[in-house]
Design a protein around this ligand. Structure first.
Ligand code: ADE
Length: 244
């Protein structure tokens, strides 16, 4: 999986993504990440990439030209990589714009996005980006929730992290993605490790029994109980459809 980001703060993305499991996956070549600075495509000597909104109002709007320049650069890198790896594909590249105006991100969306070899993430700042360039390049508008961030960088990191861990080989066996919350539509059961007693609280007896069927039944029961209490919407959905 090859990620490309278009942003005014590429270091913010690089520093975070280069850490922990995603950092290991970058080092091991399971993922690649190119952070393209939109400011490098400014067309003036002050390297300005924003301007006042037509029609007036507060805030500045990111201009179409530098955003388009950064996008073209990403496209060129993708074409080059496709050639180098002998991939003849002409599949259109998905361009994900991180915006509170987008569809809310879910595990299902992560499962859809991971099917693509390349993804471009566009991160805005200020009041937004000139609509004309968005109309031209964006294929997906994604929000990570009903709140406003200062920019799209953190949001794109959230989406990239969720997609990255679905790429085969990114998680090791002991970090398996299969039993996680949401993979079957339920929230996860509680976990315990040594010691057997902590602050007077014992690990549930069934987990020490070595009886796998009973452990599985207990975990499902806990998952159902927790989902019903915390996310009744997911619980109802699960009960309606049954597990996948
Ligand atoms: N940019 C600013 N706020 C955002 C949000 N909630 N989701 C995605 N991108 C954003």
């Amino acid at each position: 999986m090859n990620f490309y980001t278009l942003s005014l703060f590429p270091d913010m993305i690089a520093n975070c993504f280069n850490t922990s499991i995603t950092g290991r996956a970058l080092a091991g070549g399971k993922l690649t990440l190119e952070n393209i600075n939109i400011r490098d495509f400014a067309n003036n000597k002050h390297m300005k990439v924003d301007d006042y909104p037509y029609g007036g109002g507060a805030g500045l709007v990111m201009q179409a030209e530098p955003v388009y320049g950064a996008y073209e650069h990403a496209r060129n890198l993708i074409t080059k990589r496709r050639k180098e790896t002998g991939r003849k594909t002409t599949t259109p590249v998905r361009v994900v714009y991180m915006t509170p105006r987008g569809e809310t991100f879910t595990q299902r969306k992560a499962e859809e996005l991971v099917r693509h070899r390349e993804l471009i993430f566009l991160c805005g700042h200020y009041e937004g980006i000139d609509e004309r360039v968005l109309e031209e390049i964006v294929t997906d508008n994604i929000s990570i929730g009903d709140y406003i961030l200062t920019g799209g960088e953190l949001a794109s990191l959230v989406v990239m992290d969720a997609v990255a861990r679905l790429v085969p080989g990114v998680l090791h066996n002991d970090e398996s993605a299969v039993t996680d919350s949401f993979s079957d539509g339920l929230l996860e059961y509680p976990h315990y490790t040594r010691p057997e007693v902590f602050h007077g609280k014992r690990v549930p007896e069934v987990l020490l029994s070595g009886h796998h069927a009973k452990v599985d039944a207990w975990r499902l029961e806990k998952s159902l109980e927790i989902t019903k209490r915390i996310r009744p919407d997911l619980y109802e959905e699960y009960m309606r459809k049954g597990s996948k």
